[in-house]
Structures are given as structure tokens and as C-alpha cells.
Ligand binder design. Structure first.
Ligand code: BTN
Length: 231
């Protein structure tokens, strides 16, 4: 069966559009540019030209509605590796090439009046053919860009294809694959939590996708959403 694809020339944020107008399970909202791209933790995601898209999901129609961000990371990594790129993942949802972030993922949930999650929007932004000079100064040094020659339509299609499989695979298998892409394990990391910066050794990912770290000889688990980490 076909999927619904909504294309925009320019938009504020494909996630916002999907949250506002998404109706059908697995419908797509895609744009080559965003004027108000959203990042994690209320940050902005500079989107001066690249591939930006969101997938609207009905929770009840998903076989597994867990670890969706991690599932999306796995889909992106599979596709970028498949076209010959050497990519790594910084927990939880940043895809890196040569120590620079080329892709970010933002998952948002919609709830009903009882507080139950009804729909989920998974947003993916990849710097494909982005003009580096269009990023603001501080982003320019951290954002990586991948080739001009890469066909964005093909990349979206491949990612959606991977995702529709990955959404049907049990969590443990996906976590193992995700772990194999991580560049943070066994490394010292700095993370900020409630405004203070702490240091720890990244040990593992648990079955929920939380990062297990050793901090002052104590084991601690960081669940995503509330921390940002630096290598
Ligand atoms: C992050 O790195 O903090 C997450 C960035 C997520 C960006 C994507 S681009 C498509 C979708 N629309 C948005 O406004 N954000 C996501």
C-alpha cells in the first residue's frame, strides 16, 4: 500500500506540521528547509538547506511503540552506511561523521485529555548538501555535511523502508544493533543534568536505552530527555 507524503518548499518545522495536521499512520512531512527547526531540550535546529522530515505515527498501529528514537537512529545509520559513509552515534540520537554531527532526531508525543499517548512524531534532520556557510558560527564548527551528489528523495525512501521493518523488530535486537554504532562507550563523558556539569565513564546501554555510567564509583543511569552529553 502507498504512503501519504506531504512535501513543502519551506516550512517552520516539519515536526510542528505533523503534530498539527498528521492524521494517517506513517504519513510523512518533508521539506528542504525549515525556518524554525526544533531540536532537543528546547533548542533550535538550524535548517538552512538539507533534508528535514517527520513521520506521523498512530500509537495503536505500531507493533512496538518503544525506543522510537533509537529505532530511527538505527534506520538512519543503516542507510548512511549502506551508501558508504562511516558513521557513529552519540547517545542518544546524534549521528556523527568525523566528529561532526550530520543528523539529529527529535521524537515528540501527542496525548489525549486523559494523558495517554495517542500519536507520535519522529523528526529527522540530515545535513545533505547543506551550505556550511549558512550555519551560524558556533554550529559551523560542529555540524558536518554530507555530499552534494546524494539524492535526498532516495535517502528518505530508504530510511522509511528501513523504519517500517525496524518498527516490527523486538527491542533487544534493536538495542544491540544500536550499541554497535555507539562512539561513547568506554569513554569519559561530561553531562549536564539540572544545570550542573558532571563527569563519568559511559559503560553500557540498558534494555530501555538508558545510558549506564560510572560516576564517582557509583553506577548511575541517564535516561534520555533530561541530559546532554559531551565527549
Ligand atoms: C536535535 O539534534 O536536537 C534534534 C534535531 C531534530 C531536527 C529534525 S528536522 C525535522 C524535524 N522538524 C523539526 O523541527 N525538528 C526535526
Amino acid at each position: 500500500h502507498g504512503i501519504e507524503i506531504n512535501c513543502f518548499k519551506e516550512i517552520d518545522s516539519t515536526n510542528d506540521e505533523a503534530k498539527k495536521n498528521g492524521k494517517n499512520h506513517f504519513s510523512i512531512f518533508v521539506a528542504p528547509k525549515q525556518s524554525d527547526g526544533k531540536g532537543r531540550c528546547g533548542r533550535k535546529f538550524e535548517s538552512p538547506g538539507g533534508l528535514y522530515f517527520s513521520i506521523f505515527l498512530k500509537k495503536d498501529e505500531l507493533v512496538f511503540a518503544d525506543i522510537l528514537t533509537i529505532r530511527a537512529v538505527v534506520a538512519v545509520v543503516r542507510v548512511l552506511k549502506n551508501i558508504g559513509l562511516e558513521v557513529g552515534v552519540k547517545w542518544v540520537n546524534d549521528v556523527f561523521i568525523d566528529n561532526k554531527k550530520v543528523c539529529g532526531i527529535l521524537t515528540e508525543s501527542l496525548i489525549n485529555m486523559y494523558g495517554d499517548i495517542t500519536d507520535i512524531v519522529v523528526g529527522i534532520g540530515i545535513n545533505i548538501g547543506t551550505d556550511q556557510s549558512k550555519f551560524s558560527k558556533e554550529v559551523r564548527s560542529v555540524a558536518g555535511v554530507i555530499g552534494d551528489g546524494i539524492d535526498k528523495n532516495l535517502i528518505v525512501a530508504k530510511i522509511l523502508n528501513e523504519l517500517s521493518d525496524i518498527f516490527k523488530i523486538e527491542r533487544g535486537i534493536i538495542i544491540d544493533e544500536y550499541k554497535s554504532y555507539l562512539i561513547v562507550l568506554n569513554k569519559k563523558i561530561y553531562y549536564s543534568i539540572d544545570g550542573s556539569i558532571k563527569e563519568g565513564l559511559a559503560l553500557d546501554i540498558d534494555e530501555n536505552g538508558s545510558l549506564v555510567i560510572l560516576e564517582n564509583e557509583k553506577i548511575r543511569k541517564l535516561s534520555y530527555g533530561d541530559v546532554s552529553i559531551k565527549l
